[in-house]
Design a protein around this ligand. Structure first.
Ligand code: AMP
Length: 194
């Protein structure tokens, strides 16, 4: 099993690259952001609970996030999947610990954390650009974008040390073209013994 965490700030290209890696390596793609947006769109109780957090750029509480993540994996993981690519999860130490517990119980721990490094000005530009076509309300307002970057620094950046201490963390330059960054990711994937 090749379980990978794609790590990086909002706008670093995680979603785009995760979809490509999913196709090339037969992985289940798990994006907690996508799950929340689908629940909100479908007007489910979970969507109602999550909406206020997404609308204000804050993290959905760990307990709820971990529950939906586990439920999604249990419902969608198939024998043909060669692993899971996590995109936008974990975002806190508590989530990373819960993920370790869940995957250890399934005997398939995280193999590697691949981090896309993109600086603040560049991610801000990319997100605002994405907002023009996606219509995501959290992507169109620069104040909200800055807020999400701050949340990332405060709550998610510490995961770098968490995974470094497990010897799983690899940093990559995420500022190249989509194809260029994909190539860097594939080199890492191909270097993982499966
Ligand atoms: P994303 O699409 O990954 O940028 O996520 C959009 C929003 O969904 C975030 O700003 C959070 O409000 C929420 N969200 C997504 N993933 C998580 C997570 N792992 N933990 C908490 N909140 C999350």
């Amino acid at each position: 099993m090749t379980n990978i965490v794609l790590f990086g700030p909002p706008g670093s290209g995680k979603g785009t690259q995760a979809a490509r890696l999913r196709d090339k390596y037969a992985l289940l793609h798990v994006s907690t952001g996508d799950i929340f947006r689908a629940e909100i769109k479908n007007n489910t109780p979970l969507g109602a609970e999550a909406k206020g957090y997404l609308d204000t750029g804050r993290l959905v509480p760990d307990e709820l996030t971990i529950r939906i993540l586990e439920d999604f994996v249990n419902r969608n993981f198939r024998p043909e999947h060669k692993g899971i690519i996590f995109d936008g999860f974990p975002r806190t130490i508590a989530q990373a610990e819960a993920l370790d517990g869940m995957l250890t119980a399934k005997n398939m721990p995280v193999k590697k954390v691949l981090a896309l490094n993109v600086d603040d000005d560049e991610v801000t530009k990319r997100i605002i650009h994405r907002g023009k076509s996606s219509g995501r309300s959290d992507d169109t307002d620069e104040t909200m974008v800055r807020k999400r970057l701050q949340v990332y620094k405060d709550q998610t950046e510490p995961l770098r040390g968490f995974y470094q201490s497990q010897g799983k963390f690899t940093s990559l330059d995420g500022e190249g073209s989509i194809d260029g960054v994909f190539e860097l990711l594939c080199e890492e994937m191909d270097g993982i013994a499966v």
